[in-house]
Design a protein around this ligand. Sequence first.
Ligand code: FAD
Ligand code: FES
Length: 284
Amino acid sequence: MFEIVERQEMAQGTIISNWIKAPKIAAKAKPGQFVILRANETGERIPLTMADTDPAKGLINIIYMVVGKSTALFKTLQVGQGYLDVIGPLGQPTHLEKVGKVICVGGGTGIAVLHPITRGLKQIGNYVYSVIGARSKDLLILEDKMKAASDEMMICTDDGTYGHKGFVTDKLKETLEKDKDIKLAVCIGPVPMMKFCAKVTQEYGVHTLVSLNPIMVDGTGMCGCCRVSVGGKMQFACVDGPEFDGHQVDWDELNLRLRSYTSEEKVSFDQFKAAHAPGCSCSR
Ligand SMILES: Cc1cc2nc3c(=O)[nH]c(=O)nc-3n(C[C@H](O)[C@H](O)[C@H](O)COP(=O)(O)OP(=O)(O)OC[C@H]3O[C@@H](n4cnc5c(N)ncnc54)[C@H](O)[C@@H]3O)c2cc1C
Ligand code: FES
């Protein structure tokens, strides 16, 4: 078992952070890489990016949003309990390079994925602008960590409860307009956010990395489930990615593939919620 040693609920319990004992993974992991976890023998294999690691203590940190059956099951795991398996590190690490000025843009739980990359880019001497956003103030995560990893940080909320009222693309555009020396953008969040960020950066000719989240099964390039089209070529996000050139991604295809099992996922989540409703003694 991979034991949970620290657990925190964020964003009103919709986002969970776990520090997990996984010394071999912690020793090897690099920014941008992910793990695949299973809660129990009948559990689904769920890919989650490592938001942080502590190699000295042999710990990895995952931060996930509760969106369906498996992440709801993960949420029930408490300190002292754990995951049956955690496989990793998987995927290609982010290519961290000193280019001068960079802008890192994160939305929702994408901020957790973005944080180690932002920190890595600053550590090697880049000047880092960051823009983080959420639907409202209560749902914004890792503000302090992102601030520490950035030279300048901007905050956006859709409803205007904190920072700029509007989307992260507004501040991305404003910053690219103001500073023509920015050489790289790293944009991570929901698919529509990444797609529109890439559209903005394309106007300014700024190279853009995005982290794709297609449905994955094995995570080792064997099943083909995570295939995405990038620059007209088929790529497997688990072994070739998950980061790709945002200007080359076929976003419509990714969207379509992500929605392949929506009705089955809803049935499964509804059954889970019914089985775990207060007063129900059954368990699925
Ligand atoms: C490389 C990678 C890294 C990721 N990192 C994070 C992270 O750090 N934090 C985070 O909150 N989420 C992350 N995700 C997304 C996360 O894996 C899904 O939210 C999770 O699998 C949903 O499972 P579920 O059973 O709770 O929900 P479901 O109801 O099964 O699905 C909800 C949505 O999640 C997606 N999904 C479902 N199953 C999978 C699967 N096996 N693989 C990928 N996507 C799936 C589908 O688009 C689906 O519509 C990552 C995905 C990938 C591919
Ligand atoms: S998840 Fe199977 S090939 Fe990528």
